[in-house]
Design a protein around this ligand. Sequence first.
Ligand SMILES: Cc1cc2nc3c(=O)[nH]c(=O)nc-3n(C[C@H](O)[C@H](O)[C@H](O)COP(=O)(O)OP(=O)(O)OC[C@H]3O[C@@H](n4cnc5c(N)ncnc54)[C@H](O)[C@@H]3O)c2cc1C
Length: 495
Amino acid sequence: MSIKVAVIGAGVVGMSTAVVLQERIHQAEVTVIAEEFLEKTLSYGAGALFRGDASIHHDLKLNETWLQASHTHFSKLANMAEQAAQQKVLTEEEQNANLKNSESLASSILSLKPSSVINSSSQTANDLENLSLHNGNSENASPTEKSAPSIIEETKLKDSNQSIPKLIMETTEADDLANNNSSSTADLNKLNLTSNDSSNSLNVKSSNSRSPSPCRSGSCRSKSPNQNGKELPEHGIRLVHGYHLTEVCENAVGNELMSKLVNDWRSLSIEELAKLTPNIRFKYGYEYSSIIIEPGTYLRYLMAKFHSNKGQLLKRTISFRSINDFDFLHRNFHVVFNCTGLGAKQLMSDHQMVPIRGQTVIVRADWIKSFYTFDSNYIYPRYDGSVVLGGCKQYGNWSQQLNDFDRQAILAKCSQLLPELTEAEVIGEFCGLRPHRAEIRVERERIYSPDKENQHDWLNVIHNYGHGGNGFTYSYGTALHAVKLIDDLVHQCEH
Ligand SMILES: Cc1cc2nc3c(=O)[nH]c(=O)nc-3n(C[C@H](O)[C@H](O)[C@H](O)COP(=O)(O)OP(=O)(O)OC[C@H]3O[C@@H](n4cnc5c(N)ncnc54)[C@H](O)[C@@H]3O)c2cc1C
């Protein structure tokens, strides 16, 4: 039995939901439908530091559950990558040590037994190999150490071949994904689903694709940063140490959620603060380790996973008020996930959705290894030697234009904290609208047909939107929760 699921939205929330669905609900055939993908989504340009926020839901317990689930997920990925990288470094060091040992051993053999060198050259080579084995060098390494380079190779291969699903372009009519199989109703009560294998028929004809609309929730300008040769794990997730500082009051930096989550959360003394940032006298501050996500890399990683799990992509703008769109979803899917970020304002007429405009400046500054968040500004190091400087939080501002004033303010404030930044080359800029809502919305709703004549058809919709400035942080936790709701639906129908 298959469950046909549509996920509307291809930002970090939609793609996480789609992948969690595939991994948790094995009968699910998932199609991601979105107006924009990858670079054109807000998610692609985010700062993407992992950071709990007590204000995202009134239910602190729920907040903690989401945060914990996300943290476990991201830490696991980051730790695995760290271990692989360490093994690689060890192996390189060992290789050098091996070489040195071999050289010194060879010269000592040469100096001790000059007469035997020519005749026993093959013997010497064997001895060297054997000796280096006994010296605890790379050949003597544990199986995991030995296999590290090939893991890296594999990762590289995967990286370069990382494939993402082909986009099925928008069609002009309300197509049936399941070959006009109108019996594929979205009514979950009729979910004694016949196992019709329609995955191939999802390859909808691609006539009259729309020309892409301008980026709806973000705009960016960038020169490609200088790669400094570091390995980035294919998922783009790293552990990073950093500082959370304020000139105002302790509440501005205290973060109970994070202090419970990480084990190195530590308050900084006034002396430590003065030493850390001599140019700005912070009153309070903490240091701790968190996770930084490279947004573009992570989105591509999710896309690749989605693809390998046989997911389909469809470029299309959905309106529940359009009879065409409603019928299209109703005919083709049993459940629809709404992960449209700020788009939910229009889609759901959700007046609680408000943009919070943010702008960042990207500079080349590969000497910065820690993150700093200080009042409304931040400095986030990226793997490639670029650094994201932010930011602003302009509530209710819909402008997606880069703003000179904001740029100057960001550069001035960040350079005050770290004066070397004055010299850093600006290589990019980004501006986007955070999809703010008083509370992140993860819940189920029936959406009835907009056709007044037809009020008995509905869509089973599961919402997952309104992540504001925390979409990367909470993406995995809220995806798990949303997917749990489909589980409940299926159980309800079964009993
Ligand atoms: C400057 C800045 C810095 C940030 N820093 C951080 C940070 O450090 N940590 C953190 O966790 N978060 C951060 N964020 C927040 C984070 O970027 C967002 O919370 C996250 O990207 C929201 O993801 P989303 O998938 O909900 O929305 P989006 O990425 O906007 O995706 C929405 C998707 O829905 C589609 N869509 C919308 N409406 C429709 C429709 N009607 N029909 C079809 N498709 C539709 C869109 O095309 C898109 O594919 C930052 C944001 C900004 C702007």
